[in-house]
Design a protein around this ligand. Structure first.
Ligand code: GDP
Length: 208
């Protein structure tokens, strides 16, 4: 069973870095990461301990398109979980979450699991958004909340574990997910991408 997850949030909050940390356990420099623009999604297998089941996660990154506010409804279609990211050292990225929630509520399925993820906790001295403020905001939006550092690999695995826990606990998402197996994934690509091997992951070079 494939679970489809999306990353959204302002440019430079660390979406690609979170994805790379989770799938490849790497952290790229600013120069290196800019060369990943145009990459859309990665696949990763996740063993869900509570159910004893193995899930294929298809995790979609905005690939820089968020800069131009050109994400379309098709990006959200079929998603079971969405990570809304901000940078604790940049208040604008936190304020922008209101707009991201509006877009998400407009386009995503009812009952989609929402997760506010505050990145760059390694920059504590530059922090401008407190943990309490982030938590209160997430609560007000009915979303989960976690602070992480993609750079230091703190909290990253927990975010994906918890996201899968929540999706598994919502059968209405499962039914939709099952239907979407034969339909489409963001960008209109077929969702029948298969993955061999246990912990492998792969970049797509889709230019949609
Ligand atoms: P995106 O535009 O949201 O995909 O953000 P990127 O993943 O491209 O990251 C933007 C910049 O933030 C890059 O220079 C990253 O190296 C940096 N960055 C990402 N995550 C972290 C983090 O956890 N801590 C710090 N200090 N920098 C980070």
């Amino acid at each position: 069973m494939t679970q489809q997850l999306l990353l959204i949030g302002s440019s430079s909050v660390g979406k690609s870095s979170l994805l790379l940390r989770f799938t490849d356990d790497t952290f790229l420099s600013a120069d290196e990461i800019s060369s990943t623009i145009g990459v859309d999604f990665k696949l990763k297998m996740l063993d869900h301990k509570a159910s004893g089941r193995r899930f294929k996660l298809s995790i979609w990154d905005t690939a820089g398109q968020e800069r131009f506010r050109t994400l379309t409804s098709s990006y959200y279609r079929g998603a079971q979980g969405v990570i809304l990211m901000y940078d604790i050292s940049n208040r604008e990225t936190f304020d922008a979450l209101n707009t991201w929630f509006t877009e998400l509520d407009t386009f995503a399925s009812q009952g989609v699991v929402k997760y506010v993820v505050a990145n760059k906790t390694d920059k504590e001295s530059a922090r401008v958004v407190s943990k309490q403020e982030g938590q209160n905001f997430a609560l007000s939006k009915g979303a989960l909340f976690k602070e992480v550092s993609a750079k230091r690999n703190e909290g990253v695995q927990e975010v994906f574990d918890k996201l899968v826990d929540e999706i598994v606990a919502r059968p209405e998402l499962w039914n939709k997910s099952h239907q979407s197996q034969t339909s489409s994934v963001p960008g209109g690509f077929p969702s029948t991408v298969t993955l061999d091997g246990q912990n492998s992951s792969s970049w797509s070079s889709c230019s949609c």
